[in-house]
Structure formats: structure tokens, C-alpha cells
Design a protein around this ligand. Sequence first.
Ligand SMILES: NC(=O)c1ccc[n+]([C@@H]2O[C@H](COP(=O)([O-])OP(=O)(O)OC[C@H]3O[C@@H](n4cnc5c(N)ncnc54)[C@H](OP(=O)(O)O)[C@@H]3O)[C@@H](O)[C@H]2O)c1
Length: 209
Amino acid sequence: MNELKILLIGCGKMGGSLLEGIVKSDNFDGMVDIIEPSIQGFPKEDFKQRKVNFYSDIEEKRDTINYDLIIVATKPDTYEEIFNGLKNNLIINDKTLIVSILAGIKISKIEEIVGSAPIVRAMPNIAASVLEGMTALIGNKKITNKDILNVDLIFELIGEKIWLENEKQMDSFTAISGSGPAYFFFFTECLKSIAIEEGFTEDVSNKIS
Ligand SMILES: NC(=O)c1ccc[n+]([C@@H]2O[C@H](COP(=O)([O-])OP(=O)(O)OC[C@H]3O[C@@H](n4cnc5c(N)ncnc54)[C@H](OP(=O)(O)O)[C@@H]3O)[C@@H](O)[C@H]2O)c1
């Protein structure tokens, strides 16, 4: 049983998938604090059996918990506000790993704000929403073997993962694995159009394409 202490900032589509993976897992017996402005939309009953706590703002969370992992899953354009909020309200030290899933925000940009801290960039693809994703990972020089094991554990809850050789590969991964499902959906749409042209009903065309 893993007893990690996790703070998840932003629980929308991707943060919600991570939370789902975590609460459904038998390998996770830790706690998750969530900061999310739209918390009223969450079915909190589902989380009663788990150590999951909701907060609407990081200002509510000024405390001394030493998280093992802080996962940031907000929109990329708010990264300065989010990482400044983290730095000003929580203890950031060499023991707390920051995991950012923000598309396009390089590790150096995060370091400029939070200073010296272990940081991992993670890029799950859309299939993570059905817990069958592929996540690319890259960390800075501060991450430890324990951090790597913890990150592996979390992202394996929503599918598979690969560690990249360098951060440049993140853009290529995003182009290939991020867009891949869209090509696949386009392909099935083409098959469906052909089926309709061949005289099948829409319902049957959906089924056979
Ligand atoms: N969706 C994907 O397939 C995908 C794939 C790879 C990476 N990503 C990355 O994942 C991140 C999230 O994407 P998403 O699709 O999950 O977006 P999303 O559904 O909009 O989720 C973002 C969540 O963050 C919340 N939020 C906004 N300001 C906040 C704050 N100050 N503190 C805490 N939470 C805050 C938002 O609440 P409100 O709605 O109330 O503002 C929203 O629920 C993005 O950076 C994106 O680049 C997404």
C-alpha cells in the first residue's frame, strides 16, 4: 500500500482523470488534497472512503503538510499565478516533487518561479480520460529515484508511461501521441461516411466503422 501525500491543483478533465485513477486504485492508500474552484460540482460522496479533501483556493491551504507530490493540472496560461501561489502559500523544498502537466510550459519556466525544487513535466494524452493513456515524462536534475517511483505509480494509474531522454522530445511526443487519437477519430469518420454512401443507416454505419 502506498501512503503518499498528494496535492492536486486543478481538477478538470485531466486532473479529474488522475483523481479517478487514484481513488479506484488498490495500490494507493495515501491522502489527496485538491484545490479546485469548481468543487461544488464534485460528487463528494464517492470519495468518503478515501482520504480526499477539497479546497476552493490555495489561500485556504496555508499549512505545514509536507506533500510528497504536488500535481499541477490547471490551464497553461495561468502558470505564473499558480506557481507563485504555490511558492507563497506552501512549503516548497527538495523533498516535495512538483509535477506539472501544463502543455508547453518548460521546466526552466517553473524553476524561475519556484526556485530550487525537484520538478517533473508530464504529458498524458486524451486516452488518460478512460485510464488507458500514454504519458511522457521528463524531470530536472533534482529528482530522486524515489520521485521516479512515485511518478511511475501515479501515471500507471491512468495507463502507460515513458521517460523521455530530453525535454525537446516533449514537443514531438505531443504532436504524435496528443494528435494521434484525433487522426484515428478522423479515420473512423471517413469509414462511417463511406458506409452511409453505401446505403447503411447512420446507426449501422456507426457500429461498423
Ligand atoms: N485535456 C487533455 O487531453 C490534456 C492532455 C495533456 C495535458 N493537458 C494539460 O492539462 C491541463 C488541464 O487541462 P484540462 O483539459 O484538464 O483543463 P480543464 O478541464 O479546464 O481543467 C483545469 C481546471 O483547473 C481549475 N482551475 C482554474 N484556476 C485554478 C486555480 N487557481 N487553482 C486550482 N484550480 C484552478 C479549473 O476550474 P474552472 O473551470 O472553475 O476555472 C478547471 O477545473 C492543461 O494545462 C493542459 O495543457 C490536458
